[in-house]
Write a protein that binds this ligand. Structure first.
Ligand code: COA
Length: 256
């Protein structure tokens, strides 16, 4: 199997296990990680030789968002391409013909939460923490959450998460329908793979059709999100929010 610098791959039964592997940066999604995810989800042979995919994180995070060091370089001119790149990779995940399950082991924030949203199902450890904190950086989610979160949990819960930027517990995520199941941290991976192994006994073609039909019922549009994301990348508050995070201080927003 191909090797990657930010991901570890392994086959367990018929399940392809993808581990996000930048634990020192809480698996923040940088450009390389997105490229490597794209390579996997466009590899038809790799997908054809498995019955399901599980995505999880190494260490205490699933993924703590887009890499803020890279994000902070965005301008109004480059922000749309930044957003569209993540949107494209996550759309490949959603369109995958075999079930993709997020095994959320810890922080799933910003782009990390959006990655989980792009998976077909989400199993969460009781230690998982979810949130869309982009507003605290002066921007909006740019990898699909403005659409997928609304579809999944309804506009009221989605707006509460995105407008406050607050973290929520795994229990709360279960209560609002953001995750399918809560699992003990120690057995998260085993339980998720066991679930996938059970589905692998069922006919592949029918599984593929169910995924296809379920998503064709409510097609989403990501254009507005990418454009608004880019506009906000041109603001002073975005520069202040990202700089403050990197400098480990509280931001001073001025509404500009
Ligand atoms: N992008 C880049 N680096 C990130 C990151 C991100 N999204 N999230 C965490 N990191 C880095 C930190 O900068 C730190 O690096 P350093 O050790 O080189 O300084 C390392 O990961 C550990 O993070 P730290 O903040 O020290 O851990 P913590 O346990 O105190 O806090 C979080 C954990 C998740 C609450 C905090 O890291 C956080 O708020 N991250 C950003 C979340 C976010 O806004 N995501 C949306 C981005 S669009």
């Amino acid at each position: 199997m191909q090797t990657f610098s930010t991901l570890s791959l392994q086959t367990l039964d018929a399940t392809l296990l993808i581990q996000l592997n930048r634990p020192d940066k809480l698996n923040a999604l940088n450009g390389t990680m997105l490229e490597e995810l794209e390579a996997i989800f466009t590899d038809r042979q790799l997908i054809a030789s498995h019955r399901s995919i599980v995505i999880t994180g190494v260490g205490k995070a699933f993924a703590a968002g887009a890499d803020i060091a890279e994000l902070s370089e965005c301008t109004e001119a480059t922000g749309e391409a930044f957003s569209r790149r993540g949107q494209r990779v996550f759309q490949l995940i959603e369109a995958c013909p075999i079930p993709v399950v997020a095994a959320v082991n810890g922080y799933a924030l910003g782009g990390g939460c959006e990655l989980a949203l792009a998976c077909h199902l989400r199993f969460a450890s009781t230690k998982a923490v979810f949130g869309q904190p982009e507003v605290k950086l002066g921007i909006i989610p740019g990898y699909g959450a403005t659409q997928r979160l609304v579809r999944l949990v309804g506009i009221a819960h989605a707006l509460e998460l995105m407008l406050t930027g607050e973290h929520i517990s795994a229990e709360r995520a279960l209560a609002i329908g953001l995750v399918n199941r809560l699992v003990d941290a120690a057995s998260l991976l085993d339980d998720t793979v066991a679930f996938c192994t059970k589905i692998a006994q069922l006919p592949r073609r029918a599984i593929e059709s169910i995924i296809h039909c379920a998503y064709s019922a409510s097609p989403l549009s990501f254009d507005t999100e990418a454009r608004q994301f880019a506009t906000l990348c041109g603001t002073e508050d975005f520069r202040e929010g990202t700089r403050a995070f990197l400098e480990k201080r509280t931001p001073n927003f001025r509404g500009q």
